[in-house]
Design a protein around this ligand. Structure first.
Ligand code: MCN
Ligand code: CUM
Length: 797
């Protein structure tokens, strides 16, 4: 390093806790969200939803709605059908009704749309539509779905004689059987991971603007994956792809809720084409909670084969997934149940076998969305709940049991028993840091002492690695489109730059962190780099932001395109310094002559030369694009430890401490990473403690409003202690970073639940399903029994 080298942290490079540049507009109320956009002549759309969960539609009479002044169009399923749009394909090779024609299949399903001068007229007109329904028996769980004589929900599909979507399996059944034969002991656990719902502050919406004169369709919408939407519109609506422009402006939180394609988007597009005017659709909160992508709702029957000394010999899992009325999981793998088989990746287990069955029910379609890398959340929850139960069954210490079974540092890359290849990690070290931070031994003593006085303390551990960053194009694709991502970098002549990617942040801070990667690679100060995402007319093709894939894939592309720019800048430097390229050295922000380090040119001087003084024969300009196909997923590791006190009189539990040790490899922006972890822990706490959305026997959705479905505020959210000591760089990522966006939401819930179950030790209670509402904990304690939360619930609860 010469005297002129830049201080990377000062220029906002890798490792700088740079303030988020996007917050300049967000905290001033100057964001530009879909609902902020008003176009000339814009009309408004509202959706009429089904009040019933399962019913045949005998008639729809919209004549009264048409008569209301200000109404421009009433769309029904029959009208959609004339354009072959009553049904649309889903990302999981199923079909989904856009507007119901034959039957309604869940409460809240889209039945008709009204487009009017304003949203109030449209809403009133929806209420003027007469729909006659003939009720059918509803199904709200997989047991009902496969029961003898169950009504077939998807009678629209040929060859669908029952409610089973798939049966799927992975692993080695024979080897697992042998492991169970050799076991000293078998530990069993049955669980239900309840439905939960992402709750972005902004609901879903779109403004479709078809211009007959230019033939161009522009859609502003709340999507996490604009290019995928463009492809879907081109293929489904048979519109020319170059005439479709999808713009995701600022997104007020996504959390997976904004990955799927919703009927509202489709209807607003068709309405705009028919009316040749912009049509805006903005969902309300109940519309969002009742009809858009749910998560989880999956049942586990798990068994672990154990040796007396604590070694896990094998694992068997059967999962029943309730997918709702349409199999519309937005997940990019050939694996029917997503990445559920990432379970137990952190542990060195010789044999495992997983079977999964997916079924239809009369519920909104869902399954994978909500801060999860495609069912990794369920995988890690089941894993860590099973691990706790197994350690308890063996009478072993929770930490020692985990440590004994962890994959060791020297065993990477490690092939998991269900087929993944994990990349790197220091699991034992992370656990040490966490145990020390929480004061493990001391707490166990206090717990004993407190128990003698009738006070119930509990400690829950959750340790997990998860696959982040779909995808690697060999294994992952969406409807045949391979998973990779992209970045385009343009360095202007004064050395300022713009970087665009195929990702689309929703609050994660991409505008801040992508600039930091460029800064790290080129030495251009981060404040001189602007980041733009979300406009398919300008951004390079990419697969969007979910599954914490942005850093692993688009972020890697940002590093790679920066390196292409540096390679060209090196040639410019050689030209300016009048030496051969081989004699040039690079340090942050500057090329210099190896034999004379004082003779150098800055990256900004090279940029100027690219437009004003390039060598003969060199193509002018300094810009490039990189497409990045990752060799593997990235595998961050985390330890979450929670301590609680349970009040035996009421079942209320309070969190005493939460310790999080996250190893996500190299941290681009430590402050943003911590923000992601805190956000994830907050959601984990909410899922474990209070978020309750379910169904009664009639298929009514219980909890489809924020009076019942509670959001954690600063008041009830506990404090978190975060640790960043352990950094295992990702061996295959250009800057060594792994994803982080979901880790805490994935690994966190088990830590909270394990803590409460631990507080109940000695009562024989093995499980209480989430959310661990006070009445459930009280019931478990008082009657010394497990408490299931599976639907149907009594609707007067
Ligand atoms: N980062 C970093 N160093 C790392 C890893 C990440 O500095 N080693 C930074 C990244 O540059 C980025 C942020 O942390 O600014 C998250 O990066 P990443 O882990 O790549 O995740 P994504 O950007 O792909 O975000 C997706 C993830 C998902 S899938 C959900 S769901 C979720 C989450 O992010 N939704 C969110 N966090 C959210 N945070 C907000 N505010 N809003 C949402 O909707
Ligand atoms: Cu599954 S929620 Mo995130 O992957 O957008």
């Amino acid at each position: 390093m010469t005297a002129q080298a830049l201080d990377e942290i000062k220029i906002g490079g890798l490792g700088a806790s740079r303030k988020r540049v996007e917050d300049n507009r967000f905290i001033r109320g100057k964001g530009n969200y879909t609902d902020d956009i008003t176009l000339p002549g814009m009309l408004h759309m509202e959706i009429l939803r089904s009040p019933l969960a399962h019913a045949r539609i005998t008639s729809i009479d919209a004549s009264k709605a048409w008569d209301i002044p200000g109404v421009h169009l009433v769309l029904t399923g029959d009208m959609m059908a004339t354009r072959n749009l009553a049904w649309m394909p889903t990302l999981s090779y199923d079909t989904q009704a856009v507007l119901a024609t034959d039957k309604v299949r869940f409460q809240g399903q889209e039945v008709a749309c009204v487009i009017a001068d304003d949203p109030y007229i449209a809403k009133d007109a929806c209420e003027a539509i007469d729909v006659e329904y003939e009720p059918l028996p509803p199904i709200v769980n997989p047991m009902q779905a496969v029961a003898e004589g169950a009504p077939v929900i998807r009678d629209d599909k040929e060859n669908q004689a029952d409610n089973v979507i798939y049966n799927w399996e992975v692993g080695d059944a024979a080897a697992t059987d042998r492991a169970f034969e050799q076991a000293d002991m078998v530990s069993r656990l049955k669980l239900h991971y309840p439905r939960s719902h992402p709750s972005p502050i902004e609901c879903c919406g779109s403004i479709a603007d078809f211009n007959r004169a230019t033939e161009k369709l522009t859609v502003y919408m709340t999507t996490q994956a604009p290019h995928i939407i463009r492809a879907a519109v081109a293929l489904v609506a048979e519109l020319p792809e170059h005439m479709i422009r999808i713009i995701s402006p600022d997104i007020g939180g996504g959390f997976g809720n904004k990955v799927p394609v919703y009927p509202g988007y489709v209807c607003s597009i068709l309405a705009s084409i028919l009316l040749e005017r912009p049509v805006k659709w903005i969902e309300d909160k109940t519309g969002n909670l009742i009809s858009t992508g749910f998560a989880r709702d999956i049942y586990l029957d798990g068994e672990m084969a154990l040796r007396q000394d604590g070694k896990i010999l094998g694992v068997r899992m059967h999962c029943d997934a309730d997918h709702g009325a349409f199999f519309s999981d937005a997940q990019p793998s050939k694996f029917k149940i997503g990445l559920l088989h990432s379970a137990f990746a952190a542990y060195d287990i010789p044999a495992a076998h997983l079977t999964a069955r997916g079924t239809y029910s009369n519920k909104a379609p869902g399954g994978v969305a909500y801060r999860c890398s495609f069912r990794v959340t369920e995988a890690m929850f089941f894993q860590e709940r099973m691990v706790q139960a197994a350690a308890d069954d063996l009478g072993m210490d929770q930490a020692a049991f985990r440590r004994m079974n962890f994959v060791r540092d020297e065993d990477f890359p490690h092939r998991t028993p269900l087929g993944f290849l994990t990349d790197s990690g220091q699991y034992g070290k992370c656990l040490d840091v966490a145990l020390k931070a929480v004061g493990y031994e001391e707490f166990r003593k206090q717990q004993e002492e407190a128990r003698a006085k009738g006070r119930l303390f509990g400690l829950g551990i959750s340790t997990m690695t998860e696959p982040l960053g779909a995808g690697n194009s060999r294994e992952y694709d969406i409807l045949g489109i391979k998973m990779f991502d992209s970045a385009e970098l343009k360095v202007h002549m004064t050395g300022k730059a713009i970087v665009r990617t195929g990702a689309r942040g929703q609050g994660q801070g991409h505008e801040t962190t992508w600039a930091q990667i460029v800064s790290h690679e080129l030495g251009i100060p981060a404040e001189d780099i602007v980041v733009e995402e979300g406009d398919t007319d300008t951004a390079p093709f990419g697969m969007g932001t979910y599954a914490s894939r942005s850093t692993p894939v688009a972020g890697a592309a940002v590093a790679m395109v920066s390196r292409k720019i540096r390679a060209k800048a090196r040639k410019l430097a050689a030209h300016l310094l009048e030496v051969s390229e081989e004699d040039i050295e690079w340090e942050l922000g500057r090329f210099y002559v190896r034999s004379a380090p004082d003779r150098g040119v800055t990256i900004q001087e090279c940029a100027m030369a690219a437009y004003s003084n390039m060598p003969d024969g060199m193509e002018p300009g300094l810009e490039n694009t990189a497409y990045y196909d990752p060799p593997n997923l990235t595998w961050p590791f985390a330890v979450y430890i929670v301590t609680v006190e349970v009040d035996p009189a009421t079942g209320v539990w309070d969190v005493l401490t939460t310790v999080a040790v996250d190893d996500c490899g190299v941290r681009i922006n430590p402050m943003i990473v911590e923000g992601q972890i805190m956000g994830g822990l907050t959601e984990a706490y909410a899922m474990a403690n209070m978020q309750f959305i379910t169904f009664d026997a009639e298929g009514n959705c219980i909890g489809s409003n924020y009076m019942d479905y509670l959001l954690p505020t600063a008041w009830e959210t506990p404090g978190f202690e975060l640790h960043s000591e352990v950094v295992t760089p990702c061996p295959h990522h250009p800057i060594g970073a792994k994803g982080i966006g979901e880790c805490a939401a994935v690994g966190g819930p088990a830590a909270f639940v394990n803590a409460v179950i631990d507080a109940l030790s000695g009562t024989g209670v093995r499980n209480i399903d989430m959310p661990l509402l006070p009445d459930r904990v009280w019931e478990a304690l008082t009657y010394r029994r497990d408490v299931s939360g599976a639907p149907p619930v009594r609707s007067d609860d």
